[in-house]
Design a protein around this ligand. Structure first.
Ligand code: KG4
Ligand code: ZN
Length: 341
C-alpha cells in the first residue's frame, strides 16, 4: 500500500449473499468474500426473507474479518465504509446498514450508502480499466430490469424498465414450472444448451409508446400455458426445448431493445450487469449484436455479475472522491429508486 491510496471496505446484504470486500483506488479488488445462502433457500424454492436476515447476522462479522485479512489491511487503514442501503429486502439490508454504521462510528470512518443497482453497473469498471462514462447499461437481475444511460460517475438516467416481472424473476418462475428448482437462471442456461431454441415460438412483448420498456409476465404465462396444454393432450414436454425457446425470447428482447437504445441515444459503448448478465446466451448474443453495430461491449466476469460487495466498493469509491457521505441516520430503503439520493 502506498500513501495516497484510497481503501474502501464494502458490505452487501441486500438479498441472499452476505458479502464484504476491500477495494483500492476504485478499481483494484483486494478481497471479495461472498457467503451464499443459496443452499438454504433452495429447500423453500426461493429466498425466505426472515431466514436471509438471520443468516446475515450470523455471518457478517466473519465475512468482514475475512475480507480485511485477505486484503492484508486493518480497519484503521480503511478510508471509508460503503454499504448497500437499497433496494432489497428490508430486514436483510438492515443487517449490513447497522453493521456499517456501528463500524463507522467506532472506527471514526466516513460512511457511504450505496444503491445496489449502481453497484451492479459499477461491476463493469473492475475488469475494464479503460471504461468511463458515458455508456448505456442493461441491468438485469432477480429484482430489476433497467436500461440506463450512465452519463457520469454517479449520474444515471433510466430510459427503460420492466412493467412487470424482472428478467431474473421470469427465469426463476419458468425454471420452477419445468421442475428445475431455485435459482432458475443458471439451470435454464445449462439445460438450454441441450435444447432447440427455435422449437417453440414464444411471444416477444412490445409496449405501445414505450419502446425501451420490457414486459416478461406474458412470456411467463405463455410458457405455463404451453406446459398445461401439452399435459392435457398427454404429450411429452421436452424441457430442454422449452428452456432454450424461453431463453431465446428473453435474450432477443433484451438485445434488440438495448441496441435500439444505444443507436437512438448515440452511445458508443454498451455494458451489461446483474445476475442475468451471467447468462451465456445473453453474453454471446449481445457481443454479436454490438460487433455488428459497431458498439464497444463490456461485461463483468460471472462472479461480479451476481451479488457481491466488490461492486459496492467501486460505486462507493466514486461517491467518496466526489465528497459524498452518509450520516449515521442512514436507513435501509427497500424500494430505493435509481439516481435517487
Ligand atoms: O443480481 P442478482 O444476484 O440478485 C439481484 O440483485 O436480484 O441476480 C439474481 C438473478 C436470479 O434471478 C438468477 O436466476 C439470475 O440472476 N441468474 C441467471 C443466471 N445466473 C443468475 N439468469 C440467467 N442465466 C444465468 N446464467
Ligand atoms: Zn443484485
Amino acid at each position: 500500500m502506498t500513501q495516497g491510496d484510497i481503501n474502501i471496505l464494502a458490505i452487501e446484504t441486500s438479498c441472499d449473499e452476505t458479502a464484504a470486500a476491500v477495494v483500492r483506488n476504485g478499481r483494484e479488488i483486494r478481497s471479495n468474500i461472498i457467503s451464499s445462502q443459496i443452499e438454504l433457500h433452495k429447500l423453500y424454492g426461493g429466498v425466505v426473507p426472515e431466514i436471509a436476515s438471520r443468516k446475515h447476522i450470523e455471518k457478517i462479522n466473519q465475512v468482514i474479518e475475512e475480507a480485511l485479512k485477505e486484503a492484508d489491511i486493518t480497519l484503521e487503514e480503511i478510508d471509508a465504509i460503503g454499504v448497500t442501503y437499497g433496494p432489497g429486502l428490508v430486514g436483510a439490508l438492515l443487517v449490513g446498514v447497522a453493521q456499517a454504521k456501528a463500524m463507522s462510528f467506532a472506527a471514526k470512518k466516513p460512511l457511504i450508502g450505496v444503491h445496489h443497482i449502481e453497484g451492479h453497473v459499477s461491476a463493469n469498471y473492475i475488469e475494464h480499466k479503460e471504461l468511463e462514462p458515458p455508456f448505456l447499461c442493461l441491468i438485469v437481475s432477480g429484482g430489476h430490469t433497467h436500461l440506463v444511460l450512465v452519463k457520469e460517475y454517479g449520474e444515471y438516467q433510466i430510459i427503460g424498465r420492466t412493467r412487470d416481472d424482472a428478467a431474473g424473476e421470469a427465469f426463476d418462475k419458468v425454471a420452477r414450472a419445468i421442475g428445475l428448482g431455485y435459482p432458475g437462471g443458471p439451470k435454464i442456461d445449462k439445460l438450454s444448451k441441450e435444447g432447440n431454441s427455435k422449437a417453440i415460438e414464444f411471444p416477444r412483448a412490445h409496449i405501445e409508446g414505450s419502446p425501451y420498456d420490457f414486459s416478461f409476465s406474458g412470456l411467463k404465462s405463455a410458457v405455463l400455458n404451453y406446459i398445461n396444454s401439452m399435459e392435457m393432450k398427454g404429450g411429452d414436454i421436452n424441457r430442454a426445448d422449452v428452456a432454450a425457446s424461453f431463453q431465446e425470447a428473453v435474450v432477443d428482447v433484451l438485445v434488440t431493445r438495448t441496441i435500439m437504445a444505444a443507436k437512438d441515444f448515440n452511445m458508443k459503448k454498451v455494458a451489461i450487469a446483474g445476475g442475468v448478465a451471467a447468462n451465456s446466451s445473453l453474453r454471446e448474443a449481445m457481443a454479436r449484436a454490438c460487433s455488428e453495430n459497431g458498439f464497444e461491449y463490456y461485461y463483468p466476469s460471472l462472479v461480479y455479475c451476481t451479488d457481491n460487495a466488490a461492486m459496492i466498493g467501486v460505486a462507493a469509491y466514486y461517491e467518496y472522491i466526489e465528497g459524498k457521505r452518509s450520516g449515521l441516520d442512514l436507513n435501509a430503503v427497500p424500494n430505493l429508486k435509481i439516481g435517487e439520493r
